[in-house]
Design a protein around this ligand. Structure first.
Ligand code: CO
Length: 210
């Protein structure tokens, strides 16, 4: 059997088991989704949002990209964010980085990776802001892991800089923003930063007419 055929076969068995347990399961799922959470995570195959949080289909709205970035010109991210905040009315947004992130590690080198360079540039900018702290860490792996934490925090702050979040905070007192970092070695989610609705940010980024 080819590897992809196994996926389809496993899917059939999974769907059959779901219906056996609960005949209405898919009928209900097809009608509506009311997730309370938006997850912005890394595309890394080892950090599946539902599995590491023990949540079921329908519970988390998910966006993933290389190194869980919140880039203010990314139409894909902004569309997901707008839909999650203004239509699904999520209460929490989790930006989830992970230790050992290949995207973050690549951003710390001088090696060109072609078009990915443009994406990693955003992480290099985070490194530059925190260069003194990161360069002061003797161990290479620890340096990268610290940048993972700082990058996760920075992406949470990037969310707070969007008019989507600022308007939702002002008019609906939600969502709460969280920055977590997942450990590939122990499976633990480590909260590193959070912003409650209404948290003040640098006034330069605060809109006064939303
Ligand atoms: Co990663």
């Amino acid at each position: 059997m080819k590897s992809f055929e196994k996926l389809l076969l496993t899917n059939k068995a999974w769907a059959k088991e779901k219906v056996e347990d609960d005949p209405e399961y898919f009928l209900r799922q097809a009608k509506i989704q009311t997730p309370e959470f938006l997850w912005i995570g890394c595309s890394d195959s080892r950090v599946p949002a539902n599995e590491v949080t023990g949540t079921a289909p329908g519970e988390i709205f998910v966006h993933r990209n290389i190194a869980n970035m919140v880039v203010h010109t990314d139409l894909n991210l902004l569309s997901v964010l707008d839909y999650a905040v203004n239509h699904l009315k999520v209460k929490h947004i989790i930006v989830c980085g992970h230790y050992g992130c290949g995207g973050v590690k690549a951003s710390m080198t001088q090696h060109s990776l072609g078009i990915i360079n443009k994406w990693l540039r955003n992480i290099k900018d985070v490194y530059r802001i925190h260069r003194d702290e990161i360069d002061g860490i003797p161990d290479e792996e620890a340096r990268a892991d610290r940048l993972v934490e700082l990058n996760t925090k920075e992406q949470v702050m990037n969310l707070a800089k969007t008019s989507i979040i600022q308007a939702a905070w002002k008019h609906h007192q939600r969502p709460h923003l969280h920055g977590w970092v997942y450990g590939l070695k122990d499976g633990i989610l480590n909260p590193v930063f959070d912003m409650a609705p209404g948290t003040h940010i640098d006034p330069l980024y605060e809109y006064d007419n939303l």
